[in-house]
Design a protein around this ligand. Structure first.
Ligand SMILES: NC(=O)C1=CN([C@@H]2O[C@H](COP(=O)(O)OP(=O)(O)OC[C@H]3O[C@@H](n4cnc5c(N)ncnc54)[C@H](O)[C@@H]3O)[C@@H](O)[C@H]2O)C=CC1
Ligand SMILES: O=C(CO)COP(=O)(O)O
Length: 318
């Protein structure tokens, strides 16, 4: 049995693909939503049009106990609260974060938060280039499964691989979670560039210099360069900065056009930009794109002003 907490688009998509391997329990925060899904066999609120296989049971209330791995598929800024609220039920099993970002309150990534809040559990993270709908439709997808405990990571890799979802494993949790967190920040910037009509060449420059920035922070925090070059870093950066399916990219595009954006949509890069900037400042690191995106998101700068700020920086070696 696999337990997935968080019945948004991603949690539901993971439940659909993992149902090919055996029973899945999908835990939803909202009791009405859980009852609606269990009865209709659809998640109309977050992933419409995808039928839930019979192997999925949707529950709410107490998080089910047990030793089976638990996937945590809720937005990053809600993870800390969820872990504290359900600490006892989560117990000592592997907890696989499926969220992307950096916690504003602590500056920690998902595995750091798990380690801090649920000390008996084994933290892991599942991350990389994938849209929930693609996974749910059974389109081929490859992700990174990171767990510092190599043996548990290997077990998770085989449990969570499905015929269409291929997992690669690493023990570098820091690198894997930083890739997923930072690519969303850069994607907001790329969306803003495109929304403001600054062109595809400017977007390519921002992606490349953004990748340099991701590597700078990752290096300072002890991550391995090959992790950043893999699915969870470069792979997810490429997908999110170029796809109209991405909510971070779409949000950036609205900012670039000066249009409103639906506030109920999950856009992880907005809070994460602020968290990353604070962390970088504490480490004495220069992260100009993250700085520009933070100013854009807070309304301090428009996209063209943010680009002017980046272009007027002193010339330097690549
Ligand atoms: N949607 C996608 O294509 C992908 C999403 N992700 C990541 O998955 C995470 C979740 O995103 P989505 O599922 O897309 O978001 P979503 O907006 O579709 O759904 C978020 C879900 O989290 C639940 N939630 C909110 N606060 C909660 C709390 N305190 N406790 C428990 N549940 C809570 C909401 O009820 C909602 O069902 C994000 O970090 C995102 O970056 C990763 C890869 C792909
Ligand atoms: O993480 C994702 C793709 O890998 C989903 O991106 P968005 O959250 O921007 O939609």
């Amino acid at each position: 049995m696999t337990l997935i907490c968080g019945a948004g688009a991603f949690g539901t998509a993971l439940a659909v693909t993992l149902a090919q391997n055996g029973p899945v329990t999908l835990w939803a925060r909202d009791a009405d939503h859980a009852a609606e899904m269990q009865a209709s066999r659809f998640n109309d609120r977050r992933l419409p049009g995808i039928a839930l296989p019979e192997a999925i049971t949707v529950v709410s209330g107490e998080v089910p106990g047990g030793d089976a791995p638990c996937l945590l598929a809720m937005p990053m800024q809600t993870l800390g609260g969820f872990l504290s609220d359900h600490h006892d039920a989560l117990g000592s099993r592997p907890l696989v974060a499926c969220c992307k970002g950096m916690d504003l309150a602590t500056g920690l990534g998902p595995t750091g938060l798990i380690a801090q809040t649920c000390a008996e559990a084994t933290p892991a993270i599942l991350t990389g280039p994938s849209f929930a709908r693609d996974i749910a439709l059974g389109l081929p997808t490859a992700l990174t499964l990171a767990c510092a405990d190599a043996a548990i990571g290997q077990r998770l890799q085989s449990t969570l691989t499905t015929p269409t979802l291929r997992l690669y494993r690493t023990t570098d949790t820091t690198g894997a979670e930083l890739g997923g967190a930072l690519k969303n920040v850069i994607a907001i910037g790329c969306g803003a560039v495109m929304g403001a009509g600054l062109g595809e060449s400017a977007r390519a420059a921002l992606m490349t210099r953004g990748f340099a920035e991701m590597n700078r922070l990752a290096h300072a925090l002890g991550a391995r360069p090959e992790t950043l070059a893999g699915l969870s870093g470069f792979g997810d950066l490429a997908l999110t900065c170029t796809s109209a399916q991405s909510r971070n990219y779409g949000y950036g595009k609205s900012l670039g056009r000066g249009e409103d954006f639906d506030r109920s949509v999950t856009v992880e890069g907005a809070a994460t930009a602020r968290a990353v900037l604070a962390r970088a400042r504490a480490l004495g690191l220069d992260m100009p794109i993250t700085h520009a995106v933070t100013a854009l998101v807070s309304g301090e700068l428009r996209a063209t002003e943010a680009m002017d700020m980046l272009l007027s920086r002193p010339l330097k070696e690549e």
